[in-house]
Design a protein around this ligand. Sequence first.
Ligand code: PMP
Length: 317
Amino acid sequence: MGQIGNVGIPESVNLRTEYAYIRNKIVPIYDANVNIMTQAFLFGTAIHEGLRGYYNTEKNQLYVFRMKDHYERMCRNAKILKMDGYKTVDELCEISKSLLQKNAFKDDCYMRSIMYKSAIQYGLLLENCNDFAAFCVLQKRFQDDIDTSINVGVSSWQRIEDNMIPARAKINGAYVNSCLAMTEALDNGFDDAIFLNASGKISEGSGMNIFIIKNNVVYTPLGTDSILEGITRDTIITILEKELNLKCETRSIDRTELYMADEIFLVGTAVEIIGVKSVDRRIIGRNNVITNKLKEIYFNIVRGNNPKYFNWLYPVY
Ligand code: PMP
């Protein structure tokens, strides 16, 4: 293993990026490090956002999807860890734009932004000592084929509750919950996990929100069912109502409703929209008819091919 910078990342690893942002400046990725005594490293006291950039070759433009909404969520969540006011939404958008420009990306990419407790301290107090860091990597979409769908299993791990670590806050440390569920699912031969919450109701996937369809009505769990209130979830609700004239009800969902659904799909910035083939090895009703329609409309919007939704796009160049 070659020593690069002071982190020892193997030279063979293609990081798909050159620059990152940390401590108020853009630096080479190998210099974007935190000290092991940093509170966020020790306890996960940080919140993050994952954003996607879509490159439109005809327009020579990179669009970040709903960047403002992501940073509005981050700034609201910041209150929970006493980081509110550290940066404004506009400042976070400007930083992100500069970082993407510096990397000169002309392809699809994914950006991870982190607001974290930067104090060098191993105590538990949430001190008013914060930093913002971000990196972006070239990343193609996960699904090449519109028909891609996955097998999921209900997890033996329960979703964290609001009075433990709030799921709606995208707190870094909370993602141990997701790592355990996702790993268990793969170990059991599934592609991903579905969490139940403390009341035994459906919460969400390891890193995505869930929708089910029964008799042409779409359902998704409540914001109070221990979910992250996703930007994609909101996008899908809008598309369902405005483009497909389908009602979306937000209400608690039972596990067995999954088994009997006509369609199930999962949504999130990273995974985009993905259909579910089976739950706990029970085949789901029919062939993703509405899910595939949604995908088509969504991919057109995010790539900047639907003028009706241009206000959701943040041009980088
Ligand atoms: N739930 C969880 C647990 C997540 O981590 C994410 C984001 N990856 C989502 C849902 C989807 O949120 P968004 O659509 O805002 O990316």
